[in-house]
Design a protein. Structure first.
Length: 320
């Protein structure tokens, strides 16, 4: 049966370098394009077989869109018909397939010209329109909320049937969401989807995400494991003691528990796994079998950090 509440993101496998903790344990020394393509296809196969139907990618995830497009091209027609694809534009990948030692891995620009270039690239890679197309990592200062030329071009895509939205990052996620809820083109709301960071360490966007969901938006949760900070091998400090205790009490892994906590939010439509290995994917999808009570969710509330502190820690994670 389809697992409608969970999806697979490709940020960790579409390029050789990323900021997930422990990548040296997850990926082989051979991180060539073909090796990463094979890894991505294996994860997509396993996720599909497990029931996952939502797959997330982005222009800046190296060659992730290409890998997903290749996989779809080789899949039976019924698979391609049932899969829902989300992608993002607004960052250009600049690391030249290097895992580390690169001054800048991606460059952000939310301009109409960048959108026009990248929607063409996305369509070419996927051989179709994405079902959901998001402005990547919108922050309060982004022109994606105010540039009339860009908003009109996004509206055309929305009128073609694509869910147009935004992803958010940083301590101002709630502010961005509430601003985006007010954006209209020709008297009609423009945005209808959002992908935001929410996890037990950084739950601050929750109330704004509830408002977006109430307005009819599709809400996708990213970084539900805080870039690996909530995985069993990393959740070892006093700041994650409540997570470890509850996971032990109910007999599940820390990663599955963290993702289940996100899925338990009434506004969450899809929670992404960012698995880089088949074992991680299996463990992550164990979240679909966890039904947390209000009391158990309240036990995790003590993990919350200040938004500023959380995002400062995230910014210090190394590319590897």
């Amino acid at each position: 049966m389809p697992i409608t509440k969970f999806g697979l993101g490709t940020a960790a496998v579409g390029r050789p370098g990323y900021i997930t903790l422990g990548r040296d344990l997850d990926l082989p020394a051979d991180r060539s394009v073909e090796a990463m393509r094979v890894r991505t296809h294996a994860l997509l196969d396993a996720a599909w077989s497990a029931g996952v139907r939502y797959f997330d990618t982005a222009r800046s995830y190296g060659r992730a869109e290409e890998f997903v497009g290749d996989w779809l091209a080789g899949a039976p027609p019924e698979v391609a018909a049932e899969v829902r694809l989300g992608s993002k534009w607004g960052y250009t990948y600049t690391a030249d397939w290097q895992a580390s030692g690169v001054p800048v891995h991606e460059v952000k620009e939310h301009a109409a010209a960048v959108f026009e270039r990248q929607i063409k690239e996305t369509r070419a890679a996927l051989d179709r329109n994405p079902d959901v197309y998001l402005v990547h990592s919108v922050t309060p200062d982004s022109p994606a909320l105010t540039d009339p030329e860009l908003l009109e071009r996004l509206a055309v895509l929305a009128w073609e049937g694509v869910r147009v939205g935004l992803s958010t990052s940083g301590p101002g996620q709630a502010q961005v969401l509430r601003s985006a809820l007010q954006v209209e083109v020709a008297g009609r709301p423009l945005f209808s989807a959002v992908q935001s960071t929410w996890n037990p360490l950084e739950p601050s966007a929750g109330p704004a995400l509830a408002e977006a969901h109430a307005a009819g938006w599709m809400v996708v949760v990213k970084e539900g494991m805080a870039n690996g900070r909530l995985a069993d091998r990393n959740a070892t400090g006093p700041d994650t003691a409540a997570l470890r205790k509850l996971a032990g009490d109910i007999g599940v892994s820390c990663d599955a528990l963290a993702l289940a906590a996100a899925a338990a939010q009434p506004w969450a439509d899809v929670v992404l796994s960012g698995a880089a290995t088949l074992d991680q994917l299996t463990s992550n999808l164990g979240a679909a079998r966890i039904d947390l009570s209000p009391g158990e969710l309240s036990e995790l509330a003590v993990l919350a950090e200040t938004p500023a502190g959380y995002w400062r820690t995230r910014a210090e994670l190394p590319w590897a």
